[in-house]
Design a protein around this ligand. Structure first.
Ligand code: PMP
Length: 338
């Protein structure tokens, strides 16, 4: 019989899928590493398990303990799966801009969910950074994960995602493109790929309202870059320790509207039903297409599943309210012309 001993064993070994229509004007071969086939439907299962197992190994997390994390949802889902298997309680602290689906999903897998306001300073006691840290001091036998600064986050991608991409492309990859939040994905995959071939370009996708691109280009942490935005999962108003700027060659910013429009195009034109940061990442490649040649092999990583966005980017009223639908009509007309 062929079976897995538990759901955690199904994490990783995700497929690499060619993008055909959206990238028709890009000379390079564009391949998507589609992370939705992980059991929690996101790439975050990989790092969640790594963070828990490393904390168990060095005694930070003890039997029967409570795991606490400030998470936008995907990490929470990964942590939940690991906590269920390993017998821990999980408390997730979310910001109120996260979709309701993400919160409901976390509750479905047994997590206790706390919701905090988004538009407050990170050091404000109401912010989700502050609330998670406070809970970690108040709840007995608890461990605060801190995916932003926890090195096991980057390590998971160095040990699994990076090698998978290298093997799946038979070492032919020339560019890796991915949205950046905690920085774990880009830093782990980037480090692994650069060790294999230092010529591989690592491009981070950022959003308007986030500090990464300016900091990378100037070394200045510019607070004027920080303002509210809609894009989910990427961009930050802090510099997480997991962002290794040394392995990143370039950041590209994509607008909220483009992220949503291209997320919908991935679903409608490629049948790839993925999250909002995937829309940012594919649009980022189109913005940088003049830097790509025919022989290039671009791998873009799609973090999570579209089902978490049915009340937002996949909802026409939500899109229309923000003036995001007009561009899609143009895209549809392009398609008819094709
Ligand atoms: N996209 C989504 C949907 C995410 O949840 C995250 C994690 N915040 C990212 C992209 C960014 O990944 P990372 O934290 O590894 O930089």
């Amino acid at each position: 019989m062929k079976y897995y001993n538990n759901i955690l064993e199904t994490i990783g070994n995700t497929p690499l899928v060619k993008i055909n229509k959206i990238t028709k004007d890009v000379k390079a071969l564009v391949l998507a590493k589609v992370e939705t086939t992980n059991p929690g439907n996101s790439v975050k299962d990989r790092m969640a398990l790594q963070m828990i197992e490393d904390a168990e190994a060095d005694g930070r997390l003890k039997p029967g303990g409570t795991v606490i994390e400030g998470t936008s949802g995907n990490t929470g889902m990964g942590l939940a799966l690991a906590c269920i298997q390993k017998g821990y309680k999980l408390i997730c602290v979310l910001s109120d801009k996260q979709s309701k689906e993400k919160m409901d999903i976390l509750r479905a897998v047994g997590a206790e969910v706390h919701v905090c306001p988004t538009n407050v300073e990170p050091d404000d006691p109401r912010s989700y950074y502050s609330v998670s840290k406070r809970l970690a001091t108040e709840v007995p036998n608890s461990w605060y994960v801190n995916q932003y600064d926890n090195p096991s986050n980057t390590k998971a991608h160095y040990l699994t995602t990076g090698p998978e991409i290298w093997e799946q492309t038979e070492g032919k990859i020339t560019h890796f493109v991915v949205g950046v939040g905690t920085g774990g994905t880009i830093s782990g995959v980037g480090k692994y790929l650069k060790e294999k071939n230092p010529d591989i370009k690592i491009w981070g996708i950022d959003t308007y309202g986030s500090v990464f691109k300016k900091y990378h280009e100037t070394g200045i942490f510019d607070e004027n870059e920080i303002y509210p935005y809609i894009t989910e999962g990427i961009g930050e108003d802090i510099l997480p320790k997991n962002v290794n700027f040394d392995v990143i060659d370039k950041f590209e910013k994509v607008t909220d509207k483009d992220a949503a429009v291209y997320q919908r195009r991935l679903a409608k034109e490629e049948g790839i039903f993925v999250g909002n940061s995937a829309g940012s990442a594919i649009k980022g490649i189109l913005q940088l297409k003049d830097e790509l040649k025919e022989d290039d092999v671009v791998v873009v990583l799609f973090h999570d599943h579209g089902s978490r966005y049915v009340g937002k980017m996949f909802n026409d009223d939500w899109m229309r309210d923000r003036g995001f639908l007009d561009e899609e009509k143009v895209c549809a007309e392009d398609l008819i012309k094709d």
